[in-house]
Ligand binder design. Sequence first.
Ligand SMILES: Nc1ncnc2c1ncn2[C@@H]1O[C@H](COP(=O)(O)OP(=O)(O)O)[C@@H](O)[C@H]1O
Ligand SMILES: [Mg+2]
Length: 239
Amino acid sequence: MSDSFVVQIHNLVKKFPVGGDFFTALKNINLELNHAEFTGLIGPSGSGKTTLLNIIGGLDSPSGGNVNVLGSDLGSTSHAERAELRRTKMGFIFQSYNLLPVYSVFENVELPLILNKIETNERKRLVEQAVGSVGLLDKIDSRPAQLSGGECQRTAIARAIVHKPALILADEPTANLDSENSHQIMKIMGRLNNEMDTSFVFATHDEKIMGYLRRIVHLDDGQIAKDELIENPQFGEQS
Ligand SMILES: Nc1ncnc2c1ncn2[C@@H]1O[C@H](COP(=O)(O)OP(=O)(O)O)[C@@H](O)[C@H]1O
Ligand SMILES: [Mg+2]
């Protein structure tokens, strides 16, 4: 497989064991995601969005087919190699933020850099850059309990981008946010996508996200029903 694609998926099938039988959550998925795309996996609850995102992120394994992510064939890599790929080249954003409550914004954002063995001064520089890029420098010493939901998600975005990954995977990132905060974090991620050359993949059924996407892959019952490029996404307009 070529590594000019960020993600290259061929005939992916995912089955989950259910009561002595199998439930097929993904049926013969073929998908290629290009460098620096801003893509949504869209579909109703249960259509397979999270399952597909988790497989791309190496968090779950295919039952059949080939999945190549950032030049690694996930089917032939070890658990440790997939963990290294995640740690060095990917960032994750979740619906429920997944921040560590006893850590400050600075310490939460610093974690990926500690795992990647970046030295102290460089860590400080990169954390301040990432926290600044989501507009939270005034809250850098706050803990999650002192932040609003939007501020928590902005912290999670800073944590996802701080090591400058090639690919960011976000599962329902706006599901716990009100409209204003949802638009704000989509604008931040759209800007980061432009500035950083990083690919973003969202799994979502939130209508508010749709206008920002540059490509929409529609999932229905574990299959790709439609794959469309969006000519004039909302991001970039003044509002
Ligand atoms: N670990 C699992 N075991 C059994 N079934 C699962 C498991 N994970 C997901 N599923 C099923 O696979 C389908 C797709 O789930 P999911 O990818 O979470 O959908 P979505 O994110 O689009 O809501 C659903 O029917 C769900 O119940
Ligand atoms: Mg889901």
